[in-house]
Design a binder for this molecule. Structure first.
Ligand SMILES: NC(=O)c1ccc[n+]([C@@H]2O[C@H](COP(=O)([O-])OP(=O)(O)OC[C@H]3O[C@@H](n4cnc5c(N)ncnc54)[C@H](O)[C@@H]3O)[C@@H](O)[C@H]2O)c1
Ligand SMILES: [Zn+2]
Length: 364
């Protein structure tokens, strides 16, 4: 087992992301190497537990596993009710200040559990065991936790660092195909914004990545995790550098909102968003056209995207105008300068954005 170890700096001290196929077999030993805890509480969802519950209990043998708390991880119930239910179960299970929560699942389980860990008894120890591609390359790293309100996504939360992240690519084997592919778009994102070797690798090995080839995953996941760690390590609280992680996301958010989250998985919307942002950057003359075409081709090599919506460019732009990433009412985007480098650009003329959207709709 070649194990990659990535250190993440945070205001609350640093922590390690470990990544290796088969790593979870050593979960008990990795946890034992932290602090002594008064009890270990497993937080997961019924769906994740269906695939990994039996194995997990075996991997955690040797730790003082006291209870498993399973909660629905649909985005629709990523809310404060769920947080309340979990924390009440923790009280009843006797979890005290020195307990450890082990969150096993995708980004929803991680975000909810992270917020629970941040707030239960004003903070208890947390280990993330991400089991989706998105969680392994993105959500388990960087300390953002939180839940949704009816008024919007992730509106209540906290920055809270885990003690350790255990990313085992083998857990991705049971992900539904569309879910898995949707995560690949976030991998492509790191290539465009920060990582030329990753981008090139994806251009030549997309088939293996799509097929979940073990060697491909063992290469790709730590590269992304390192990029995320690097960005959030310098800039834990959102400001200019962390903003590049939003590449493709302003467009994606507009597509998701316009279609009421019913048409695209998040990553798929990001796929369109990265194409749109690349085209936009090319039109603004800041990104070579030939590189924009490479981004487009790489995105399409992941698989078939649900088509662009019929929604008018004006409506999409109106949604972007109310996006939290705009400042002072001007359209603001993260755009590539070249493959491997992105930056924030404000004051982008609305007509140019409309032109890009109209072209994209006409082409698909
Ligand atoms: N905190 C952050 O920095 C950050 C970053 C990106 C996304 N997010 C959040 O993450 C969430 C999305 O996370 P996600 O993409 O991981 O999706 P998810 O957590 O919704 O999981 C997708 C589905 O896959 C299932 N699943 C998880 N692991 C599985 C496995 N190994 N085998 C089979 N099924 C499995 C889940 O039960 C769920 O039904 C969103 O709520 C988003 O806001 C947070
Ligand atoms: Zn995203």
């Amino acid at each position: 087992m070649t194990m990659r170890s990535i250190s993440v700096r945070s205001a609350a001290g640093s922590y390690t992301v470990l990544c290796a196929p088969g790593l979870l077999k050593h979960a008990a030993a990795k946890i034992a190497a932290l602090d002594p805890f008064t009890g270990v509480y497993l937080l997961t969802s019924p769906r994740v537990a269906r695939h990994w519950g039996v194995a997990l209990k075996q991997y955690l043998r040797g730790t003082d596993l006291r209870a498993t708390i399973s909660f629905d991880d649909r985005e629709a119930v990523k809310n404060l009710d769920t947080v309340e239910r979990i924390t009440r179960q923790l009280v009843r299970a006797g979890a005290d200040r020195r307990c450890l929560l082990v969150a096993v699942g995708g980004g929803v389980v991680g975000d909810v559990s992270g917020f629970v860990a941040a707030s239960y008894l004003r903070g208890v120890a947390l280990v993330h065991v991400p089991t989706t591609l998105v969680a392994q390359v993105d959500s388990a790293i960087g300390g953002k936790t939180g839940v949704n309100l009816p008024e919007g996504k992730n509106l209540v939360g906290a920055f809270y660092s885990p003690r350790l992240v255990l990313a085992d690519p083998n857990t991705l084997a049971t992900l539904p195909n569309r879910e898995y592919r949707s995560g690949i778009y976030e991998v492509v994102k790191y290539g465009v914004i920060a990582n030329v070797p990753l981008f090139r690798y994806l251009e030549t090995h997309m088939e293996q990545v799509v097929a979940r080839d073990a060697a491909a995953l063992a290469y790709v996941i730590p590269l992304c995790a390192r990029d995320k760690a690097r960005v959030v390590g310098r800039d834990e609280r959102e400001s200019d550098l962390r903003e590049i992680l939003n590449f493709g996301h302003t467009f994606a958010h507009a597509l998701e909102t316009a279609t009421e989250y019913r048409v695209y998985l998040h990553g798929e919307a990001v796929g369109w968003g990265m194409i749109a942002a690349s085209m936009l950057a090319a039109r603004l003359g800041m990104f070579p056209v030939e590189q924009a075409l490479r981004v487009e081709e790489l995105v399409h090599s992941v698989g078939r995207l649900p088509p662009m919506p019929r929604t008018s460019a004006a409506r999409l732009i109106a949604i972007m105008g109310s996006d939290k990433k705009t400042r002072g009412g001007k359209l603001r985007f993260v755009l590539p300068r070249k493959i491997g480098k992105a930056e924030t650009v404000s004051d982008v003329p609305v007509e140019i954005v409309a032109g890009v959207l109209n072209d994209l709709r006409a082409s698909r």
